[in-house]
Design a protein around this ligand. Structure first.
Ligand SMILES: Cc1cc2nc3c(=O)[nH]c(=O)nc-3n(C[C@H](O)[C@H](O)[C@H](O)COP(=O)(O)OP(=O)(O)OC[C@H]3O[C@@H](n4cnc5c(N)ncnc54)[C@H](O)[C@@H]3O)c2cc1C
Ligand SMILES: Cc1cc2nc3c(=O)[nH]c(=O)nc-3n(C[C@H](O)[C@H](O)[C@H](O)COP(=O)(O)O)c2cc1C
Length: 810
């Protein structure tokens, strides 16, 4: 096979060496525009997992790399004069310069024809001449631009500037230095990569970067010939980091301290590259050309080399180039997508780092280490049990002393008691509101009693009703429950009484009005679809339907608004009499109050539309009306959609302001959901995907106003709950579907963690079942497994499949 490789970075060189190694008959031709000794950047990082793949694929390369590795286990968080250390992280790093030299040498040994100082010919021209063209030409890939119509790249320029530097200070751990500068928070990511140097990346949000005065030297540098370091910026960084480097500010080479070194270094904004396809015909993109992942979760080098491993294996395994490229893309896409999700969470966390710097050092350290959501409470406990034990102890000290003044004691964070306003909950788990679509004429029945009763018996601290509608036409569907008649009040009272009599859980009611999303079918008959017959007229802030199939809502007049406010207040009075412990106002998911908040559904030109202050007016009026009649001392929360997941809609910044307005109007809690406001939203679903919004609101608003923040959305493991609480991303976690799967979710979480203390007591009637029963067959044949040979034994490409007769995979 004749293979053209464009670009001699880690991806291109490693691919060239691997294919040649696997089959020396291949003719491999590589072009690199730089000279062999040129290098950009300092140390590259590898996890143990990546190294396993490299070791098995090409022992010679691995042996050469291993001789140069700087290895470390610890992450040190330097913050507000403290240092917290988390161990067991297992990384290795080496200089990029050295890595490229090793790979260049290996290519030479194996007979790759590599041309340096040679711009690559056009990829499509090469495609006619070669069997395969591999574009490993980096983040600004000319090939990707050339194939743009086919691979459909999406380039997302982020909001922080960073500069990649080195230092002769040899760190003994991965270092985060959090610099509280007069311009705002900046951070240093540092790690050793050789016996005499470390990588030193400085990063700051654009606003901080500008305020710090970096814009001028960067602009000046931009006028310099390409390749010149941004010396003025580096000099400023020396000053800012004098404490880290052990020298005096403004001293040039920090006096008595360590030096910061640039190498063609300049400020850049990280760009996340995603492509709809990674190949077209016989041209394939690998490494940064195909995808990038923010440096804070590892390195692009690792992904580029793993791509090379997978592509080499697929080429070796598959009979033809087309199948090989399909197989390569199928194998790498999920891995890269998962890495990019973690990288996105991490880079967004750093963009908002200023929100978290009010946290105590312990919480901040846990937050920064778990920011990508890949590293969790349980995972850290395996790596460094003492670090997590210290966190549990610290978290216990943050809780109310309790009546006896002794404090609640050390336990898994989710079983610490918590408060929403004056309401004390036995633990931090909430059953999220879930519409059962099973009421008759708005009347809750036995299903509601059993549903909510069983959840209250299942261990959660607080059980929420579904959205209970304040009027008949304020229902979403004919099956939605209401609280606008005396019978409904009595039925709800029956549910609340059961919870209070039989359990130590508390019960809250969520009040709402469907607005423009009303008059629709039961969830399982077609969510958000209009009724086949018997539709009632719907209303909203503006005459904009939710989706083309939905009714155009009638634009509400001021008298209409006053009438609906009165309905909310009447329902709140009834809820008080029905003995609910907490009231939540539903201002999320596109229902009436939410549709006032969003500029996508609210286009009014009166005092209820336009700027956020006006869009907030009606929801705040309703909140005030409710608070006026709701028993004082019982808490009120609001649920919001913290983003509409669409341009021009509510976003994370506006959500902080919405939360602030509600906090200033006296809510005791904010339940942070997202979306469902417009039908053409584009949510980034994933594990605990809404938590970053809760995180900002808790740290920017909740702590300041003493308002509890509830996180919700695909939080399904107790490990996630413990992680979210310890990191201070929320005060409570609401779980919906997990409770439909297992009404005793909280009690089972306690059993799984070997915890049986306060906050996790089984009801007396069920206590005999509190030990986890044995499940599954223990006497059956064990599945037989065989390793599929991939051509690159034991590499990332290896996978397991059921052996003959086993009938099961792992
Ligand atoms: C300035 C800078 C510093 C970095 N420092 C580090 C670091 O210290 N540690 C780390 O882990 N990661 C670092 N990175 C990121 C890391 O380099 C990439 O994620 C990783 O190298 C990706 O490997 P790659 O082979 O896909 O691309 P690259 O390493 O970018 O390699 C692409 C190669 O293609 C060449 N090329 C591009 N166009 C042409 C053309 N038309 N003709 C011929 N050759 C061409 C380029 O010269 C380059 O050598 C740095 C990135 C930059 C931009
Ligand atoms: C069947 C069902 C009904 C729901 N009804 C409501 C509701 O009435 N009010 C509300 O605010 N959210 C409602 N939700 C959303 C949940 O409260 C929760 O926010 C969502 O399911 C995400 O959490 P989860 O991933 O833990 O399920 C409903 C969800 C489900 C699955």
């Amino acid at each position: 096979m004749r293979i053209a490789v464009l670009g001699g970075g880690p991806g291109g060189l490693y691919l060239a060496a691997l294919v040649k190694q696997l089959d020396p008959r291949h003719e491999v031709h590589l072009w690199e525009r730089n000279a062999p000794g040129d290098t950009f950047g300092f140390g590259v990082v590898f996890s143990d997992e990546t190294l396993g793949g490299i070791e098995h694929a090409d022992a010679a390369v691995f042996a050469a790399m291993e001789r140069d590795f700087a290895r470390w286990d610890d992450i040190d968080v330097h913050y507000h004069g403290t240092v917290l250390t988390s161990g067991g992280h297992g990384f290795a790093a080496m200089s990029r310069h050295r890595l490229l030299a090793i790979l260049q040498q290996r290519c030479a040994q194996l007979g790759v024809r590599a041309e340096f100082r040679a711009p690559a010919p056009d990829a499509l021209a090469l495609a006619a001449e070669y069997d395969l063209v591999v574009a490993a030409d980096g983040a600004n890939s000319p090939t990707r631009s050339r194939l743009a119509d086919m691979v459909r790249p999406d380039l997302e320029v982020r909001k922080s500037a960073y500069i990649w530097l080195g230092t002769d200070l040899v760190f003994d751990a991965f270092k985060f230095y959090i610099l509280d500068t007069p311009a705002g928070v900046m951070q240093v990511h540092g790690y050793p990569y050789s016996r005499d140097a470390s990588t030193f990346i400085v990063e700051a949000h654009d606003d901080v970067w500008r305020r710090a005065g970096f814009a001028e030297p960067a602009a000046a540098a931009a006028g310099l010939p390409p390749g010149r370091s941004d010396e003025a910026s580096i000099e400023m960084i020396r000053g800012l980091c004098a404490d880290v480097l052990g020298g005096a500010a403004g001293s040039g080479l920090a006096l008595g301290g360590h030096e910061i070194i640039g190498n063609n270094s300049r400020w850049v904004n990280f760009t996340t590259v995603r492509c709809a396809r990674w190949h077209h015909g016989n041209v394939v993109l690998i490494g940064d050309a195909a995808h990038t992942a923010h440096f804070s979760i590892g390195s692009g080098t690792k992904l580029a080399m793993e791509d090379a491993l997978a592509l080499a294996a697929c080429l070796h395994e598959q009979g033809d180039v087309t199948s090989a490229l399909e197989a390569y893309e199928a194998e790498r896409r999920p891995v890269v997508a998962s890495t990019q999700r973690a990288a996105q969470a991490s880079l967004e966390w750093f963009e908002h780092i200023g929100s978290y710097t009010g946290q105590e050092p312990e919480q901040f350290a846990f937050n920064i280490i778990t920011r990508s959501r890949r590293v969790t409470y349980d995972n850290l406990r395996l790596r460094d049990p003492e670090f997590v034990a210290g966190m549990d102890r610290w978290f216990a000290t943050q809780q109310d002393a309790g009546e006896d003044g002794a404090g609640p004691g050390v336990r898994p964070p989710m079983f610490q008691p918590g408060r929403i306003g004056g309401l004390r909950l036995k633990n931090r788990v909430i059953v999220s509101p879930m519409d059962m679509y099973s009421a008759r004429d708005g009347l809750p029945g036995d299903l509601h009693l059993v549903h909510l009763g069983s959840k209250a018996l299942g261990g959660a601290g607080l059980v929420m009703t579904e959205m209970v509608c304040v009027s008949e036409t304020g229902r979403i569907s004919p099956g939605c429950a209401g609280l606008y008649t005396a019978d409904q009040e009595a039925s709800w009272r029956r549910v609340a009484d059961f919870v209070h009599r039989q359990t130590d859980a508390r019960i809250g009611i969520q009040l709402g009005h469907s607005g423009r999303k009303g008059s629709t079918r039961l969830m399982w008959e077609g969510i958000d679809q209009p009724l086949p017959e018997g539709n009632w007229a719907v209303c909203g802030p503006s005459a904009i339907p939710y989706a083309p199939a939905n009714q155009v809502p009638r634009e509400l007049t001021e008298p209409d608004l006053a009438e609906i406010t009165a309905q909310f207040a009447a329902a709140a009075e009834r809820a008080g009499r029905a003995c609910f412990d907490l009231l939540e106002l539903h201002c999320a998911h596109g229902y009436l109050l939410s549709s006032f908040l969003s500029p996508l559904s609210n286009r009014r030109t009166d005092r209820y539309g336009g700027p956020l202050e006006n869009r907030l007016r009606y929801p705040l009026e309703v909140l005030d009306a409710i608070r006026a009649v709701w028993p004082s001392g019982r808490p009120v929360t609001v649920r919001i959609s913290a983003t509409d997941w669409r341009e021009g809609g509510v976003d994370g910044d506006e959500a902080v302001e919405i939360a602030r307005a509600f906090a200033e109007h006296g809510v005791n809690g904010i339940d942070v959901s997202t979306g469902q406001v417009v039908s053409d939203e584009r949510p980034a679903f994933g594990r605990s995907y809404q938590t970053p919004y809760a995180d900002r609101i808790r740290n920017e608003i909740g702590r300041k106003y003493g308002v509890a923040v509830i996180a919700v959305g695909v939080i399904s493991s107790y490990d996630d709950v413990n992680s979210i609480l310890l990191a201070g991303r929320a005060d409570f976690c609401a779980l919906g579907r997990a409770h439909l799967y297992d009404p005793q979710w909280t009690l089972h979480a306690a059993a799984d963690q070997g915890y049986s203390g306060p906050g996790a007591a089984w009801p007396d009637q069920f206590a005999a079942g509190s030990r986890k029963p044995q499940t599954g067959r223990t006497d059956g044949p064990r599945p037989r497994l065989e390793l599929i040979r991939t051509g690159v034994p034991g590499t990332a490409h290896a996978r397991w499949r059921p052996g003959p007769g086993s009938g099961a995979g792992p």
